[in-house]
Structure formats: structure tokens, C-alpha cells
Design a protein around this ligand. Structure first.
Ligand code: HSE
Length: 434
């Protein structure tokens, strides 16, 4: 059988890795796919020193790939929303299958792209868009297809996790670690996407869609970054038995779906609390299977290429199947997607870590406890650091039971109105993940 012809758009970190893996493992990949897979053309403006492309034809124009009649599968690895969208839609229009690692593109324009792909009977595969080399999309979409998924929670940005880990373990500064992540090729072109939770929200949006069978709704995801985390809170969290991780959480409730990315305290003895460096991990809880955990490299040249190449193999295997006999893009049949709404953050439920800078005199704790109890907020643990009294101020740290966010907002506003409380109250969400 003739080999399948692939065109790679973009020869950066992931594109170079994809070329290398396809070349190095060509024989094993062909045994899996049932036929050879050949890179017929590459579009790039810059050579990649980590990639010997030999005699493979190179063009500077990515649209040469989608217009090349020889090419069966277009691999989009240029990133971004605008040109990438045009490229993918053109590829689909030309009847080509697409493999992409572009989470921003799928999270923001995926509904339109999948509708177009369905119309044309082609596949758009996107395993590499979430958690690099971890096959979590396949696990949820296929491996957990018998379950009603209750919730998922993940460390899905390697750069952010690398920064938090290095700050906690080595006391390095935020800027210093971010620079290293950029040099290693982990960070997004705009690193605020990593540290402000936008990249994680792109990935969470995709995971929530395939877990709950809802359309992609990135614009409704809540994001909060890690740049404002302090060493003091990292240390207090440790003293209370927690680790702070930048977590993406998607939970199905009766009222709607929670879709949120924020720094989160998780019990230090959970496996996921010990996922460090650039590694990613996703916990998925289904009604039949219980909790499952998927762990691996969430970014980097060959880990991400591993997912891209797996998609190329999947598409190759599916070339002879009719469009109606394929796994649906978003796991559920397109006309069976649910309109269960995404909840605003004020309606989401969580436990909370609060740090209150209070004047060190009698009655302050009683006032704090009254404000919380009047709003039905139960305190799980409380810690007052007498040893850290400075200028007559003492940090009061407490962890609440689960409560709807609106009630915590009201309580924080009331606490900040107290004469004995100075500064803003620090609030970090807490998830037990059990
Ligand atoms: N910037 C992303 C990360 C790359 O750090 O996880 C992988 O999507």
C-alpha cells in the first residue's frame, strides 16, 4: 500500500520533534498504522538545528501544504488563532485531515472547525493540545466512554508548575524560573498565557467538553494566575498539610458546569500534589471507574510529538472508515451535545484558605468567627502565628469547609470592613480531590 503523505506546518519545538519521531520510529509506526507514513513536505521559514530534514521538500509558505494535492494529512504546528484557523479551515475545505497541537485554536474556534470537518467528512485530531505527551483525550473520549464523568482536575500547564516547584524547592525568583522555561521551549510565545492561567483554561475547556458532552466555551472559563502568590502563603499551606498547585477544575453539578483555573491548595499526600517541574497530571473521576490519574510530560519537543504522531497514526488507521463510523471529535455525537450551562465563579463551590492580617488584641478571632458563622461558613482549621507578630499585626490563617463562592465574597467584604483587619484578605481555593 502507498504510504500516507503528511505535510508539517511549522518546524519549531513540536514540529521538529514530530519530524524526528516519525523518521526514527518509521518502521514501528508503519507496523502499527498498517502502511508507511511519509513526510512529503514541510513549511517553515527557519531551519531547526535539532532536525535533519534531508531531502524532504521545504517551503516557506504554509498554504503550499494545504494546496498540495499529494498530501493526505496536514499537521498544524504554527500556533496562534488567526493564521492557524485560516490554514486549518482551508485544509478541511481541500478535503485533508488535520492533526493539531493548538489548544488555543481548538478551545476558541473548535465548534466551528469541527462543524466544517463534519461537513467535509474529515478528521481534526488534537491529542497534543492538552497535557503534551499524556494521552488524556483518548483516555476520556474512549477509555472512559462507559462513565458519567463527575469531575476532573489537572495540572495542565508545565511552565506554571515548573515555576511553582522551583520557587518552593529552591527559593528561586519567579522571573528567573520563567526565563529558564522560555529557554527550554516550554513557555507560550506570550508567557502571560502560562502564568495567568489562559493556556490552562484553553486545555480545561477542551477536557470539559469531551468529559461532559458540552460545546467548547472558553469565554466562560474563570482564570486566576500564579503571579500574586507569596512565599508566606506557600509556607502556611505547607504547615496546614497542603501544597499550592495551579489547578484547572471542571465539575458537573445540578445547576451547571464549573470551569475554573486558579491557584489551589491540595492535601500534600495526594499523588497529584507531588507532580513537580514541567510534569502534568490530570485526575478524572467517573461514576463507574472512580478516580483515575494520568501523569507525564506536559510540554517539550518529543513528549508533544508523541501525541502528534499518535494522532497521525489514528487518522491513518481511520482513512478507510466512513465519517459516521469514527469517534466523534468531542466524544459525544455532535447532535447530542448538552446545553448544561457553565456556572459563573460566584456560583462555584469550594473550600477556602483565608489569610487575614489582624491587629493583635483580644476579640479579633471572635469577630472573624462571627462573620463566618453568620454566613453559614464552617471553619475546618485555624492558625494564628503569634511568633510572626510585626508592628502589632498577626496573620490569622484559616481553612473553611466547602461553600458557594458568593458567600465567601460577602464574608471577605465584611472582614475587610473590620477596624481590626488591615490589608486585603488573601483567599486561595482548596480542593480535597476525593
Ligand atoms: N506552554 C505550555 C505549557 C506548553 O507550559 O504547558 C504545552 O502546552
Amino acid at each position: 500500500m502507498k504510504p500516507v503523505k503528511v505535510g508539517i506546518c511549522g518546524l519549531g519545538t513540536v514540529g521538529g520533534g514530530t519530524f524526528n519521531v516519525l523518521k526514527r520510529n518509521a518502521e514501528e509506526i508503519a507496523r502499527r498504522a498498517g502502511r508507511g507514513i511519509e513526510v512529503a513536505q514541510i513549511a517553515t521559514r527557519h531551519p531547526n538545528s535539532k532536525c535533519d530534514t534531508g531531502s524532504t521538500p521545504i517551503t516557506a509558505d504554509i498554504f503550499d501544504i494545504v494546496n498540495n494535492p499529494e498530501i493526505d494529512i496536514v499537521v498544524e504546528l504554527i500556533g496562534g488563532y488567526t493564521v492557524a484557523k485560516e490554514l486549518v479551515l482551508k485544509a478541511i475545505e481541500n478535503g485533508k485531515h488535520v492533526v493539531t497541537a493548538n489548544k488555543a485554536l481548538i478551545a476558541v474556534h473548535g465548534n466551528e472547525i469541527f462543524a466544517k470537518a463534519r461537513e467535509k467528512g474529515v478528521i481534526v485530531a488534537f491529542e497534543a493540545s492538552v497535557a503534551g505527551g499524556i494521552p488524556v483525550i483518548k483516555a476520556i473520549r474512549e477509555g472512559l466512554a462507559g462513565n458519567r464523568i463527575n469531575w476532573l482536575a489537572g495540572i495542565i500547564n508545565g511552565t506554571g508548575n515548573f515555576i511553582l516547584t522551583e520557587m518552593r524547592e529552591k527559593g528561586r525568583t519567579f522571573e528567573d524560573v520563567l526565563k529558564e522555561a522560555q529557554e527550554l521551549g516550554y513557555a507560550e510565545a506570550d508567557p502571560t498565557f502560562d502564568v495567568e492561567g489562559i493556556d490552562a483554561a484553553h486545555k480545561l475547556t477542551i477536557l470539559a467538553s469531551i468529559a461532559f458532552g458540552i460545546p467548547l466555551q472558553f469565554d466562560k472559563a474563570y482564570t486566576e494566575g500564579i503571579a500574586r502568590l507569596t512565599t508566606a502563603d506557600v509556607n502556611y499551606a505547607e504547615a496546614l498539610g497542603y501544597r499550592i498547585k495551579h489547578l484547572g477544575v471542571a465539575r458537573r453539578t445540578e445547576a451547571g458546569v464549573e470551569l475554573r483555573v486558579h491557584p489551589t491548595l491540595i492535601p500534600a499526600d495526594r499523588l497529584i500534589a507531588n507532580v513537580n517541574g514541567v510534569m502534568n497530571a490530570v485526575m478524572v473521576n467517573g461514576d463507574a471507574v472512580g478516580s483515575t490519574l494520568y501523569y507525564g510530560a506536559g510540554a517539550g519537543m518529543e513528549p508533544t510529538a508523541s501525541a502528534v504522531v499518535a494522532d497521525v497514526v489514528d487518522v491513518t488507521r481511520a482513512l478507510t472508515t466512513g465519517p459516521n463510523n469514527r469517534v466523534p471529535h468531542l466524544a459525544f455525537q455532535p447532535d447530542s451535545l448538552s446545553d448544561h450551562p457553565i456556572l459563573p465563579i460566584t456560583a462555584c463551590e469550594s473550600a477556602y484558605y483565608l489569610r487575614i492580617q489582624a491587629k493583635d488584641h483580644p476579640g479579633v478571632l471572635a469577630q472573624v468567627a462571627t462573620i463566618l458563622s453568620e454566613r453559614g461558613i464552617n471553619i475546618e482549621s485555624i492558625m494564628q502565628k503569634e511568633a510572626e507578630v510585626q508592628d502589632g499585626l498577626v496573620p490569622v490563617i484559616l481553612v473553611t469547609h466547602r461553600v458557594v463562592e458568593q458567600r465567601i465574597d460577602d464574608a471577605i467584604a465584611a472582614l475587610e470592613r473590620l477596624d481590626d483587619v488591615v490589608d486585603k484578605v488573601v483567599r486561595i481555593r482548596v480542593e480535597q480531590l476525593n
